[in-house]
Design a protein around this ligand. Sequence first.
Ligand code: ACO
Length: 473
Amino acid sequence: MDREIKEKIKYLLYPRSVAVIGASRNPRKIGFQVVYNLIKDGYKGRIYPINPNADEILGLKCYPNILDAPDDIDLAMIVVPASKVLNVLNEVVRKKVRSVAIISSGFSELGKKDLEDAIVNICREHKIPLLGPNIVGIINTNNNMNLSFCPHLPFKGKITFITQSGALAIGLIGWTWASRIGISKLISIGNMAMIGFEELIEFLEEDRDTEAVLLYIEGVKNGRLFAEVSKKVSRKKPLIAIKAGKSLRGAKAAASHTGSLAGNVMLYETAFKYAGIVSADGLEDGFDKALALSLQPPLYGDNLVVVTNGGGAGVLSSDYAEKFGVPLKDLPKDLVNAVKELIPPFGSPNNPIDLTGNAYRDDYIRVLDTVFRHPWVDGVVSIYVHAAITDPVEIADGIAQVWRNYRDKPITVCMIGGREVQVANIWLRDNGIPVYPTPRRAISAMAALRQYGLFLERERGNGGMVRNKEISS
Ligand code: ACO
């Protein structure tokens, strides 16, 4: 892609001024909602509604044509019917707008490839990055920009979600608040007529507000380029991909949804492996893994320890650890002896360490501290099964207190208990610790941290070890 176009991608995400072409006074129209959201959610830049039939929209002066806007425009968001987009785009070009996004549907996904090619050609010729068409918009929680018809901003954090499905973006916003999944940017890319995954991923490599990038993929335009760019970016930031359209019918649905060719499943899996992309099985798994990778360091090394107050949860964890490629090993003898001193005789000092149902905050602190401090240990999954005698918030506080001293080793937490553990879960996530309701999900998230750690070890070509470790057993 042309260098000038690439350099202007920043205006799609951090514009200082936005023109909404097709802004409306009718609250039932998308053109109203986009302007309303910018104002309501506190976008700090300048907003220029464009509509030939209105003088004012939501208290903002409205201009009949973008050429009448008194200022330079970083981003034009187009919300007029597809049949009017070409005309509008010609005015956008004359105004020397720096970037363009198109919400309007009715292009290649409807078989109107010629129309889509025509808008791409105009943008290419004038070196303007084009996002869409057929998108819900762009959200950036770092500048409070809700330039979309999503109801509100998602919960703020470090995950950037790039999605070919706009509806998923809309649906997931409420969920990010309920689950405390922190989002940096939410970018709907629709038909990817010009800007696709490759360009955005490359831009995000240097984005300070993004720690992990989650992709919802129906199909990519250029597989080879996608794999190469992803591999380069993965060395700096973890990428997680949900590949949709794996079944025959799913692939057909993808073609009519975004005009995408869903492609061969094996090819995608091979490309993901090559590029260090962590593959996710659907939305829940995708966000579970993205949460861990956005909050925790990678797992360097294979020595994972499970600490639990519930025997059954420990057994399940052992099974899942094996299934997800991070099998539990026996602990070194000195660690077993040290743990034995700290737990009741009816507990288990080996991996998984069972503190038993009697374990209070201080028991978690003592054992977790002993485990984390040991040089053999690479990462920890801490499990709490709610019991009437203990307070989950106290346990969560104890877990976080220990982990803060060992931040270079990853932790994931499982809290089993439904409503009783909700406050503790929110507190943990707000304090940078990924927490899940089942051992399966906590172990799967840790396995994602291992997968990413393995990729980095491989890339650094140092025979598998990044951190110096002494093994005492
Ligand atoms: N310049 C500025 N404003 C104009 C122009 C122009 N040249 N021409 C018309 N307008 C105004 C209209 O007058 C209208 O304002 P008004 O309400 O004051 O009359 C406004 O622009 C909108 O035009 P409408 O003709 O009323 O169009 P409508 O709002 O019904 O629909 C839309 C436009 C939303 C773009 C529609 O065509 C569309 O594509 N909807 C689907 C969007 C979508 O689902 N996107 C994909 C999400 S899912 C995914 O990601 C796969």
